[in-house]
Design a protein around this ligand. Structure first.
Ligand SMILES: Cc1ncc(C[n+]2csc(CCOP(=O)(O)OP(=O)(O)O)c2C)c(N)n1
Ligand SMILES: [Mg+2]
Length: 357
């Protein structure tokens, strides 16, 4: 069905020429990352419907592309996210409660409730804050890579973006600069077939998105994005090329956005349920589970234990996060100016006085 690089077959067996031969612990960690992302999505969508968080953007169907790519990167590399990759932040070691604090915009939210929900940042894990306008993260990632190259760091920057972002001028600027200056950039395009209600056929007249790399003078590769090992292998190769001075690569991961664009969207208004069902049959998590089972690393009991463990972990984190109060009102005035200007100080004093009354 998909003319793209593929490692895990439908029955869970792998192509021996392409299998990255992950040790059991890494393979299980990859599965856990995907399961955590999926269970978290379901729980957060439910919390949003209950009015306990304001907004959520799920990754349903894209777990393999997100976790596979994130796990292919080294700790010194940077990850520049789009907005659908909390799973990648968790791979980087972001504590679940910190992620939930961002979603709730409370006093322990690293960005003090000033970002939109789902705009995670995890500085300790080299995970850049999200910028909302589509495609703007692409030049940021190329800039990070360019800085690394100038400093002589042996590291790469991975940037996530969608099929819709390939229509932006920032995509061109980033790809062109990366090609000319051979920056250590891994462009990971999650082609999930839709940009909210606009299908990918309306974004481009090219047969693939991967082939766009050719025009910028570097390699593009198309992988089955429902196959975590295919994404992992292609991203790892691209990251190694980047770190060793061979410049950027574009990886197009063919996926499908199985869920709504966000908690504010109803996709049944613009797309055919039969198309969704066709892609649902290729579920990346079910396929990876078959691979684990074939390797003799998984069974019903381990599955049940994992689900229980992740469910409990999320429950505990939600309970803890919901007890944290909102950011103090005075924080409105912090973090912007090193020396607060007089007129702002006046407003701050007026606010403090009025709060005291
Ligand atoms: C410049 C800009 N235009 C429009 C929007 C509204 N918007 C948010 S996400 C999105 C679609 C992006 O689609 P894609 O790049 O395919 O990513 P996906 O959501 O499918 O992961 C749009 C149009 C925006 N955030 N920024
Ligand atoms: Mg898309």
């Amino acid at each position: 069905m998909v003319d793209a690089l593929r490692v895990i077959q439908d029955d869970g067996s792998t192509d021996p020429r392409l299998d990255p031969k992950l040790p059991e612990a890494d393979a299980v960690r990859m599965y856990r990352g995907m399961m955590l992302q999926r269970i978290l999505d379901n729980r957060m969508l439910a919390l949003q419907r209950q009015g306990r968080i304001g907004f959520y953007g799920p990754s349903l169907g894209q777990e393999a592309a997100i976790i596979g790519a994130a796990m292919a990167m080294s700790p010194d590399d940077w990850i520049v996210p789009q907005y659908r990759e909390p799973g990648a932040a968790l791979v980087r070691g972001m504590p679940l409660t910190e992620l939930l604090c961002q979603l709730m915009g409370n006093a322990r939210d690293p960005v003090h409730g000033r970002q939109m929900p789902c705009h995670y940042v995890y500085r300790k894990g080299n995970y850049l804050s999200i910028s909302s306008p589509v495609g703007t993260q692409l030049p940021h990632a190329v800039g990070i890579g360019w800085a690394m190259k100038l400093r002589g760091d042996r590291a790469a920057a991975l940037v996530f973006f969608g099929d819709g972002a390939t229509s932006t001028s920032d995509f061109h600027a980033a790809m062109n600069f990366a090609g000319v200056f051979r920056t250590p950039t891994v462009f990971l395009c999650n082609n999930n077939q839709w940009a909210i209600s606009v299908p990918v056929a309306r974004q481009t007249a090219s047969a693939t998105l991967a082939e766009k790399a050719q025009a910028y003078g570097f390699d593009g590769v198309r992988v089955d994005g429902m196959d975590a090992l295919a994404v992992y292998g292609a991203t790892r190769e691209a990251a190694e090329a980047a770190r060793s001075g061979r410049g950027p690569t574009l990886v197009e991961a063919l996926t499908y956005r199985l869920g709504p664009h966000s908690s504010s969207d109803d996709p049944s208004r613009y797309r055919d349920e039969a198309e969704v069902a066709r892609w649902r049959a290729r579920d990346p998590i079910a396929r990876f589970r078959r691979y684990l089972e074939q390797a003799g690393w998984w069974d019903e009991a381990r599955e049940a234990r994992l689900e229980q463990e992740i469910g409990d972990e999320i429950t505990r984190a939600v309970q803890e996060t919901e007890r944290i109060p909102p950011p103090p009102v005075e924080s409105l005035f912090t973090d912007v100016y090193a020396d607060v200007p007089a007129r702002l100080r006046e407003q701050q004093d007026a606010l403090t006085a009025s709060l005291r009354r």
